[in-house]
Design a protein around this ligand. Structure first.
Ligand code: NAP
Length: 197
């Protein structure tokens, strides 16, 4: 299982969970053994050339900018779309040939698309587009390959790291479990909402 974003708060928990039953390949922009920049198509292609065939791809990465609408710049929007949306879309498009029959892609969206908050315009757009991509792509993926998205709400450990009240956050283990279900289950075209248990 290739995990992109394996060094992150959610990604490290996902990699640890999957590592119990699978061989996990850890990828991220700078800290994992396999390097990839989701915003760079050549880098995504190079990653797949390096991994060869994989049974599943999990993406728990993709920068997105949180900034009020009035302050949002063109660069903020293009970073968010280039990373969180097109980075994940390209990970699927350019990974299709490397995923084995009956394999899967699991992407990451987030609750802000359906439950927006002020400052979350760019992220909300990207999240909803990722979910639309997953629903539509599921109709066309060949060889029994599945695709789903996990939509986390605030993760408790992230809130702690940001010195915010963690009481409404979801423990990272519960979020990681949703990725495990997407990889090992049979669903396709679904968005797995993960909020407080
Ligand atoms: N944490 C939350 O509360 C929360 C809630 C809802 C949705 N989400 C979504 O969940 C995803 C992961 O969040 P997180 O909190 O786990 O993030 P995080 O702790 O900041 O980790 C981000 C991960 O993504 C990698 N990464 C960043 N930019 C990349 C790029 N251009 N190409 C490849 N890898 C890149 C990082 O690699 P390096 O370590 O090598 O830099 C790291 O492994 C994000 O899409 C986020 O929007 C998170």
């Amino acid at each position: 299982v290739l995990v992109v974003g394996a060094t992150g708060t959610i990604g490290s928990a996902v990699a640890a969970l999957l590592d119990v039953r699978h061989e996990v390949l850890h990828a991220s922009q700078s800290r994992a053994p396999l390097k990839v920049d989701l915003a760079d198509l050549m880098s995504i292609r190079a990653l797949y050339r390096h991994t060869g065939p994989v049974d599943a791809v999990v993406c728990v990465a993709g920068q997105a900018i949180f900034r009020p609408l009035a302050a949002l710049t063109d660069a903020d929007l293009s970073t968010t779309i280039g990373n969180k949306l097109m980075g994940q879309v390209n990970l699927v498009r350019h990974g299709l040939e490397q995923v084995t029959d009956g394999g899967s892609f699991t992407l990451t969206s987030g609750m802000l698309g359906r439950h927006p908050v002020p400052g979350g315009v760019a992220i909300a757009m990207a999240n909803s587009a990722v979910e639309a991509f997953v629903r539509a792509a599921a109709l066309e993926l060949p060889r029994g390959i599945r695709i789903n998205a996990v939509a986390p709400s605030w993760v408790k450990e992230t809130l702690v790291a940001m010195n915010l009240d963690p009481s409404r956050g979801t423990p990272v283990g519960a979020v990681a479990a949703a990725y495990g279900r997407a990889v090992e289950g049979t669903m396709t075209g679904e968005v797995l909402d993960v909020s407080q248990p």
